[in-house]
Write a protein that binds this ligand. Structure first.
Ligand SMILES: O=P(O)(O)O[C@H]1O[C@H](CO)[C@@H](O)[C@H]1O
Ligand SMILES: O=c1cc[nH]c(=O)[nH]1
Length: 286
């Protein structure tokens, strides 16, 4: 079936609407980062860069480390941006732009997020690196997609959902990482459940001047424990990444540089150093 011009929007040069990329511009191994400036912090480790393109907050560099071709793309902040980036990356490999049809042989991308995050657990230190085994989405992205996510809910997912809803928070969704990528990259990193929030301030329990409905937000998530498995950290993309990777059959893993300790009220004095450590760890393992 032909995909309408309004569903798959292409620019005049044939590139995809927001990412501004042609199918040949991306590798099958993709690193996503939130901050557009972090793209260069990753690609500076490439042996050579062959593509540098961008539009809005979506900056892309593609290059090689040895013979491995890697793309790094910035997503900006939030699962609404993940919606754009994941649908467009998938279209770049799995839609024939000339016929506007789905290709008969689908490509499975390997996608690793390198982002920043805050921990809620006192024993997880700032400046550590954490990999998300599971993600708990408090955002509403999955309201709009047909998926078998809730059919796949195991005891942990069901228990997480019950816990969240018992505090009158919105119904969440639970999605997990790709186990092959976890095996390949997770070695030596702290593992945990990442809470993906639809905002940085009240949706992560912060209060500056605007007041918070959920005064004990951090304690609500600290108090969850399912057979020793805990909610470990807060950020704004991982659940959307894991859920859309599942729907589109790509592999995904989220690696978090822990900059804030919400339990100890501390923030990193060397944020760029720990992000750089996370970048080097991922590039060495890929
Ligand atoms: O550092 P990045 O990758 O942007 O990730 C985290 O930082 C941003 C908030 O400051 C959110 O995007 C959050 O997920
Ligand atoms: O606390 C934090 C730190 C980084 N990013 C977030 O979303 N939250």
């Amino acid at each position: 079936m032909m995909i309408a011009e309004t569903d798959l929007i292409l620019n005049a040069d044939g590139s995809i609407y927001h990412l501004n990329l042609l199918p040949e511009d991306i590798a099958e191994t993709i690193i996503t980062v939130g901050d557009p400036e972090r793209v260069g912090d990753v690609s500076k480790y490439f042996d050579r860069i062959e593509v540098k393109k961008g539009k809005r907050e979506f900056i892309t560099h593609t290059g090689y480390i040895g013979s491995k071709r890697i793309t790094v793309v910035s997503t900006g902040i939030g699962t609404d941006n993940i919606d754009i980036v994941f649908n467009e990356l998938d279209a770049l490999v799995n839609i024939d732009f000339k016929t506007r049809t789905v290709k008969p042989d689908l490509t499975r991308l390997e996608i690793v997020r390198i982002g920043t995050s805050g921990t809620i657990q006192p024993d997880i230190p700032i400046d550590s690196i954490l990999v998300s085994e599971y993600a708990l989405g408090l955002d509403n992205l999955m309201t709009f997609y047909v998926s078998d996510l809730s059919e796949k809910d195991d005891g942990l997912a069901q228990s997480l959902k019950q816990h969240v809803q018992s505090f009158q928070l919105p119904e969440p969704y639970v999605a997990s990482c790709n186990s092959n990528l976890l095996e390949k990259i997770g070695d030596g990193l702290i593992k945990g459940i990442t809470l993906t929030a639809p905002g940085f301030y009240a949706p992560q329990g912060r209060e500056v001047r605007a007041k918070n409905v959920f005064k004990n937000f951090i304690e609500i998530f600290q108090s969850f424990n399912y057979q020793g498995t805990r909610v470990t950290n807060l950020e704004m993309e991982t659940a959307g990444i894991y859920a859309l990777a599942g729907i589109l059959n790509h592999k995904a893993l989220s690696v978090n540089a822990i900059l804030a300790s919400r339990a100890k009220l501390e923030f990193s004095k060397k944020p760029y150093k720990v992000v750089d450590q996370a970048i080097k760890h991922v590039l060495e393992k890929l």
